[in-house]
Design a protein around this ligand. Structure first.
Ligand code: GAR
Length: 353
């Protein structure tokens, strides 16, 4: 029998008042935590650093079922509370039965409210946000730990997706709209694959941010001085990231450096690129602008295999996009991207491992 019993909200409030009297701060966070993993532990350690003591509110079994479906929670509330309370970062645990933590926040009146990074202040539940504002709690969103999530842990445990699932490594430098389209195709079930790693030469790119938000391993590789080329060390690092992530297929999406050895040989015929023109026309950078300048009436996008010669590997699929009078490179590129967002996931869905 467990000798641990969770605190009541009133007991936590007493703890909060004691801290307050000493000028100390109570951190509050809440969640299901039904399969504790290293991502949780790191998040909780960081959250605890924000104040002097921390209370974790655990969703009761009934509320986890309501939030996550009938197969959850994995572990029952008493066990979850006991494991949670054993963590160094955690001073108190409460169990709550509502889907929202609103009334708990009102009772406990925490000084600081911490939440994992798949939220923004704006995406917090409006009720919870109002309760936090009314008790004067400071809201702190902490970054997610890449590659650590309950879903991924469960997939590994159940073998779901193991073996037959296509593992994709993506490389990009910019906005990541194609990356998002791939993730959407995976979520909708149209593409049976997983993104095992996302690599970028741009540390602050939206591309890497998307990966982090999705809990995907996000790797920045410093490419060196020349913006179009990659140092040999960086080339090697890319191959290492891809191999470490056991990638089957490499997808370049707006990756503005030239990919070279050793990746080209290791992943021969297993690297695809999306390019905003009907190749072989308009290779290289600024393809939409070149198409307009050439007076073309249509252009499009191409998904092709990557070889040492730029934008010259075997063409896998193309989609056409008419050029309209008054098109600017940006307006045209935006319409081309819409086609890319359909074409690229289709090609990946047909890829045979
Ligand atoms: C895409 O349009 C892709 O075709 C292009 O960069 C864009 C990336 O957009 N690639 C090239 O021009 C490569 N020569 P995204 O970051 O929004 O997916």
């Amino acid at each position: 029998m467990s000798d641990y019993s969770a605190m009541t909200p009133e007991e936590v409030r007493t703890l909060r008042d004691q801290l307050d009297a000493q000028g100390k701060k109570l951190v509050f966070t809440n969640g299901c935590f039904d399969l504790l993993h290293a991502g949780h532990v790191r998040y909780l350690n960081e959250a605890r650093e924000l104040g002097d003591a921390m209370v974790v509110a655990l969703n009761s079994d009934a509320s986890v079922r309501e939030l996550k479906g009938p197969s959850r929670p994995i572990n029952h509330e008493q066990d979850r509370a006991e494991v949670m309370a054993a963590l160094r970062a955690v001073d108190a645990v409460v169990i709550f039965g509502d889907k929202r933590a609103t009334s708990l926040i009102e009772t406990i009146r925490p000084h600081i409210y911490a939440k994992g990074g798949d939220y923004t202040v704006d995406s917090l539940n409006p009720e919870e946000r109002a309760a936090l504002e009314s008790v004067g709690a400071a809201v702190r969103i902490l970054p997610l730990v890449p590659g650590r999530s309950t879903t991924q842990t469960l997939q590994r445990m159940t073998g779901e997706g193991a073996g037959d699932q296509l593992r994709i490594g993506v490389l990009g430098s910019g906005e990541g709209s194609n990356f998002r389209a791939i993730l959407d195709a995976i979520s909708s079930g149209a593409l049976k694959a997983e993104i095992s790693v996302a690599i970028s030469d741009q540390a602050d790119s939206r591309f890497l941010q998307i990966a982090r938000e999705a809990g995907i391993s996000a790797q920045h590789v410093d490419g060196g001085e020349n913006p179009r080329r990659f140092s040999d060390a960086a080339q090697k690092e890319i191959a290492e990231h891809l191999q470490r992530a056991r990638v089957d297929l490499v997808v370049l999406i707006g990756f503005m450096r030239i990919l070279k050895e050793p990746t080209l040989t290791i992943y021969q015929d297993r690297i695809v690129n999306v390019h905003p023109s009907l190749l072989p026309k308009f290779k290289g950078a600024n393809a939409p602008q070149l198409a307009i300048e050439a007076g073309e009436s249509e252009t499009g996008c191409t998904v092709h295999l990557v070889t040492a010669e730029i934008d010259a590997g075997r063409i896998l699929a193309q989609a056409r996009v008419p050029i309209q009078s008054g098109d600017t490179p940006d307006s045209l590129h935006a319409r081309i991207k819409k086609e890319e967002h359909k074409l690229l996931p289709q090609v990946l869905a047909e890829w045979k491992k």
